[in-house]
Design a binder for this molecule. Structure first.
Ligand code: HEM
Length: 472
């Protein structure tokens, strides 16, 4: 093709045009960056060099620390804990900004020792394509359509657990941990769960002891024992993978989803994510169940309302079939009062008081600078205990959920791209065990009922010892 003069001029003009656009956008970017740099940091104090305010946070109930800071500085303030400068935020708008609308500017962050123990390929630590792929696989196994199929197996686990506690003095949290662990294994391995339960439990229980230990990997330390247990756990998982590959059956559980051909994962990625899901599923659900048992025990009116609702579900099944049948997914949708008790417990107890993110670049929020590398903590508990959002916030009153809460004011399962994919399973296993607990048993709490312990989830003192009896 002939290159004419006008054609040359047009090309030259386009080149200069593109250059000018690039030049001005760079200037604008630098200008915005330098303006962000000049913004003030949020109010608050950073405490002592290196130690910051770690001691103030951990020497008291953390909720008191967060509430007193918020009272003094408002819903965004800075502090310095565990060697990191942090910005804490406690308004629904700020939580939405960090977790949803500007989630790309805030990456998930955990202590390096936790990453090593759970496994670096686990879903919590990632963003972008790999995270999206994992989320798709996890949601496929935990969406209602999938977990509908395991309701009767969850029920068997609930019935067996309650039966084994009959007439005993039990530590509610410890026993609920076992129940939640077994349900987690059921959701991961399906009916094969019973084959591996004891072996996996033995290793996982050693591993979890090291979760909050000092990361010193020397023979004899807790961390070292945990890392060894983790290795053994991964080996068992590889064995299970190879058995499944030989059998060539199709499974709809989480392992089946991870092993599907469309989104192939390596054995290491599968092992890290299975350990991660057990970690995410067990203590959270067990802690919530422990609080429910406590609140129902302290509030006879609500216990009566839940019991009547569950008896109605039971009678309806007896009338339809002549004899008691197993629970179905549809039955769990006929439990609105019990569901509100779960919601109110999630709010009052706020077992995950906050989560962690890290700013990936300098970010401006409401005229303040959140510097790159600083940790950002959305404080769920402060939002759930705000008197403007939930009047008389410390009062346990499930009736407040007769009206749906306003957007971003209630996020016990988080929000945005890292929100909890296991929330439907958690609610299901809680409804199922409450059905049998309230219709067939009574319980009384033993010992002082006022204290709260943090380990790391908020928990009634000593794990709530109770004595449980079958109803006559
Ligand atoms: C009452 C019980 C539970 C509560 C309160 C809870 C709460 C949460 C919260 C707040 C998050 C988001 C954390 C963040 O944004 O940093 C989360 C994430 C997660 N949860 Fe749950 N959870 C519960 C039970 C479960 C169960 C039963 C499972 C699995 C069976 C599960 C699996 C997960 C996973 C895999 C993530 C990470 C998601 C991601 O990073 O994309 N959780 N959970």
């Amino acid at each position: 093709m002939e290159f004419t003069m006008p054609c040359f001029l047009v090309s030259l003009f386009c080149f200069f045009g593109a250059f000018l656009v690039f030049f001005f956008s760079q200037c604008l970017f630098r200008l915005i960056k330098s303006t962000t740099r000049k913004l003030p940091l949020p109010p608050g104090t950073l405490g002592l060099p290196y130690f910051g305010e770690t001691f103030q946070l951990y020497s008291q109930n953390p909720s008191v620390f967060f509430a007193s800071k918020q009272k003094r500085y408002g819903t965004i303030f800075k502090t310095h804990i565990l060697g990191c400068p942090c910005v804490m935020i406690s308004s629904p708008e700020a939580a939405k900004f960090v977790l949803v609308t500007k989630a790309n500017l805030f990456k998930p962050t955990f202590p390096a020792s936790k990453e090593r123990m759970l496994g670096r390929q686990a879903i919590f630590f990632h963003q972008g394509d790999y995270h999206n792929k994992l989320r798709k696989l996890v949601l496929r196994a935990f969406m209602p359509e999938a977990i509908k199929n395991i309701v009767s197996n969850v029920e068997t686990l609930a019935v067996d657990s309650l039966h084994s506690w009959d007439g005993q003095l039990i530590n509610t949290f410890q026993e609920m941990k076992t129940y939640a662990f077994n349900v987690a294994l059921l959701s991961i391995f399906g009916k094969d769960e019973t084959l591996y339960r004891e072996e996996l439990k033995r290793c996982y229980y050693v591993l979890e002891k090291g979760y909050n230990s000092m990361p010193i990997n020397l023979p004899g330390t807790l961390f070292n024992k945990s890392m060894k247990a983790r290795k053994e756990l991964a080996q068992i998982l590889v064995k299970i993978l190879s058995t499944r590959r030989q059998n060539k059956e199709v499974h709809t559980d989480l392992l089946g989803s991870f092993m599907s051909e469309d989104e192939s994962l390596t054995d290491e990625q599968i092992a890290d994510n299975i350990i991660g899901v057990i970690f995410a599923a067990r203590d959270t659900t067990a802690s919530l169940l422990t609080w429910i048992v406590k609140y129902l025990g302290e509030n006879p009116t609500f216990l009566e309302a839940v019991t009547q609702e569950q008896e109605a579900v039971m009678k309806c099944k007896e009338n339809n079939g002549g004899e008691e049948k197993t629970l179905t997914w549809a039955d769990t949708k006929k439990m609105p009062i019990t569901s509100r008790v779960i919601q109110e417990t999630l709010r009052v107890a706020s077992i995950l008081s906050f989560t962690f993110r890290e700013a990936v670049e300098d970010v401006e929020y409401q005229g303040y600078l959140i510097p790159k590398g600083w940790k950002v903590l959305p404080l769920f508990r402060n939002i759930h205990h705000s008197p403007e959002i939930f009047p008389e916030p410390d009062k346990f009153d499930p009736r407040r959920f007769e009206v749906a809460p306003k957007p971003n004011t209630f996020m016990p399962f988080g929000s945005g791209s890292h929100s909890c994919p296991g929330n439907e399973l958690a609610k299901l296993e809680i409804l199922v065990i409450l059905h049998h607990l309230t219709t067939k048993y009574r319980w009384s709490m033993v010992g002082p009922q006022t204290g709260i312990q943090y380990g790391p989830f908020a928990l009634p003192q000593n794990g709530l010892p109770i004595r449980l009896y079958a109803k006559k």
